[in-house]
Design a protein around this ligand. Structure first.
Ligand code: ADP
Ligand code: MG
Length: 274
């Protein structure tokens, strides 16, 4: 059964797509079978992999009853499959609104292929509309890429409260696994203050029954690295483009942390039941 993770932040430009692509590549390099899904009408995810149009996009998958997940999946790299987006997906928000199963269409379509993958990563649009709700409905976990800006903590706590409200009825099992600090400049005073504030926020939530009570700030943070910004214009992941740069190292180590985060949770679960 795949571990299904949505990468979500209602802000654009924070590193969601960069993280989805390179985390997927690193998890695949570690020997796991990964599916990545682009739910953002900006269609950047496919471009990062050098894949343009496909026979069926996630729009077709959601809107056309006869399109199956298998029809929409294309192979992107060794161990990585992809479902692309298309600009028409922007219209899906309003088209979905009239459907009775509007919250769990994606979940229904993915159900037949969940056992095919070890990981499914979903790149969410920068909004909390019906597309994002479909991602949250099928996910077990959330990873939040963010930048350590002024007011970052307010953004994250508002995001979490909205998520809690949204998932209340739809997906009670959803939990926030971690924060990925993107384009991080750890030696600035602002970055240190924001990280301290965030850590304080999570520490204060440990005993409460909220979806982020086990949330960690992933170590390492992803350093600002120009190679990460260059790679997509060549249709390459950072491991294709510059496998020895800081960005590649950070994403490889992040993947180890993400893989381990789950194993730790499993052990805790076993201990609880023992
Ligand atoms: P989002 O998907 O949240 O909109 P992106 O992943 O597209 O964000 O990132 C926004 C911009 O920042 C892109 O131009 C991307 O190449 C760049 N970027 C992302 N992470 C880094 C990083 N660690 N170092 C340098 N540039 C980055
Ligand atoms: Mg994006």
């Amino acid at each position: 059964m795949a571990r299904i993770i949505s990468l979500l932040n209602q802000k654009g430009g924070v590193g969601k797509t960069t993280t989805t692509v390179n985390l997927a590549a690193a998890i695949a390099n570690a020997g796991n079978k990964v599916l990545v899904i682009d739910l953002d009408p900006q269609t950047h995810l496919g471009l990062h992999f050098g894949i343009d149009e496909t026979a069926a996009s996630v729009y077709d998958l959601l809107m056309d009853e006869s399109v199956t997940a298998k029809d929409a999946v294309v192979n992107a790299r060794k161990n990585i499959d992809l479902i692309t987006s298309e600009v028409d997906l922007a219209a899906a928000e309003s088209e979905l609104a009239s459907k009775t199963d509007r919250h769990d269409l994606l979940a229904k379509k993915l159900a037949p292929i969940l056992d095919t993958y070890d990981y499914i990563l979903i790149d969410c649009p920068p909004s909390l509309g019906l597309l994002t709700i479909n991602a949250l409905a099928v996910s077990k976990e959330l990873i939040v890429p963010m930048q350590t800006h002024f007011l970052a903590l307010q953004g994250v706590s508002r995001l979490f409260e909205t998520v809690q409200m949204l998932v209340g009825g739809i997906n009670p099992e959803l939990s926030v696994t971690g924060i990925v600090l993107c384009m991080h400049e750890k030696n600035t005073k602002l970055a240190r203050e924001v990280v301290d504030d965030l850590q304080g926020f999570f520490d204060a939530s440990r005993e409460s029954d909220v979806p982020w009570k086990n949330c960690v700030i992933f170590d390492p943070a992803i350093r600002r690295c120009v190679k990460l910004a260059e790679a997509p214009s060549f249709g390459q992941t950072i491991f294709d483009y510059e496998p020895d740069c800081a960005g590649a190292k950070d994403y490889a180590t992040l993947a180890e942390s993400v893989i381990r985060a789950h194993k730790t949770a499993d052990v805790e679960l076993v201990n609880e039941h023992a």
